[in-house]
Design a protein around this ligand. Structure first.
Ligand code: SF4
Length: 317
């Protein structure tokens, strides 16, 4: 029997969980098909089918779904609602399953495969178990697939922590790049921001590699945050503000993103003395705009670091 083809659009939470999802479906005997890196056509298609109020990562996500819809039996769009009992994810993320269903309803009806992760109501295991049974009726096989998927996710997170240690002990000016994974790693959304910084010898420490425990510690005594993923992001930002190893921060957010705009204000109000660049991105942001802002910021950062070095040297002579 031919393997079921499950499409995984390369956008939004794909960056966080794709190792887990791929392993889960693979162990259930499916083939996974991932969309290509974001291109102009995906952006145009996504933007054309969206309402203006939606942020760019969601618009692009629609483009990714359309990119693979013709090649697969189902497109997997989970609804991550509550990933802890006392927090919630952004409403635009929660409703992406439903909005995509509407968008694809004429060309590809009944293609969306979903499950709801709401830890206030049921466990992560229960959500994936019920999903797995829709694909494979053997409960033992589904349980095994879930266990291996969780292992894959754990391994991915351990690798991020290793990367954090390596980056932190590496040389060069260290800069914290703060944002959602889909803004940090989609080369089209951020117009190759990380590559551009690295070209200028900046050691970029992205917020997703900062261990959760470090972020949680940094959030102690700060105003509480209700949104799950923002809690992690802002925790990393507070850590970066306090860390002696970090010379500056870039906060990257999407136009029309309520949670980021609100919480980044909180970070900007902290009096750390470190240079912070806040970058708002949408479908019209050009590579030139990003480059101009990065060049000016890196120059400021470099000057600040050498002034600090000079001052330290003076103290010791
Ligand atoms: S957190 Fe912001 S960028 Fe992410 S989906 Fe929600 S509104 Fe869009």
């Amino acid at each position: 029997m031919a393997k079921k083809k499950i499409g995984l659009p390369k956008g939004l939470l794909w960056y966080k969980y794709h190792n887990m999802w791929e392993k889960f479906f693979e162990k259930l005997g499916c083939e996974t098909i991932c969309s290509a890196p974001t291109d102009q056509k995906m952006v145009e298609e996504g933007v054309r089918r969206s309402v203006d109020e939606i942020c760019i990562p969601v618009k692009i996500f629609y483009g990714h779904c359309l990119d693979i819809a013709g090649e697969c039996d189902y497109i997997f769009i989970p609804r991550y609602w509550r990933v802890t009992k006392d927090s919630i994810t952004c409403p635009k993320l929660i409703t992406t399953t439903d909005t995509t269903e509407q968008i694809l309803k004429d060309e590809f009806p009944n293609k969306i495969l979903t499950t709801t992760i709401n830890l206030k109501i049921k466990s992560d295991f229960a959500s994936f178990f019920l999903l797995g049974l829709k694909i494979n009726k053997n409960p033992l096989k589904v349980m095994r697939a879930y266990r291996e998927a969780i292992e894959a996710q754990k391994e991915h997170e351990e690798n991020l922590e290793k990367k954090f240690e390596e980056k932190l002990s590496g040389s060069g000016i260290k800069l914290a790049l703060i944002g959602h994974e889909y803004n940090l790693y989609d080369h089209y959304i951020n117009q190759e921001l990380i590559a551009e910084l690295e070209k200028q010898d900046i050691n970029v420490i992205t917020s997703d590699i900062v261990p959760k425990t470090i972020g949680e510690e940094a959030l102690k005594g700060k105003p509480s945050i209700y949104w799950s993923y923002e809690k992690e992001i802002i925790g990393s930002a507070y850590w970066a503000l306090a860390s002696e190893k970090i010379s500056g921060l870039i906060l990257i957010s999407s136009f029309n993103c309520g949670p980021d705009s609100l919480l980044y204000e909180q970070v900007l109000l902290e009096d750390s003395g470190k240079p912070i660049l806040s970058m708002l991105i949408d479908e019209y942001t050009s590579k030139e705009t990003i480059k101009t802002r990065i060049d000016a910021f890196v120059e400021l950062l470099t000057r600040k670091v050498s002034l600090k070095d000079e001052e330290r040297n003076r103290q010791f002579t």
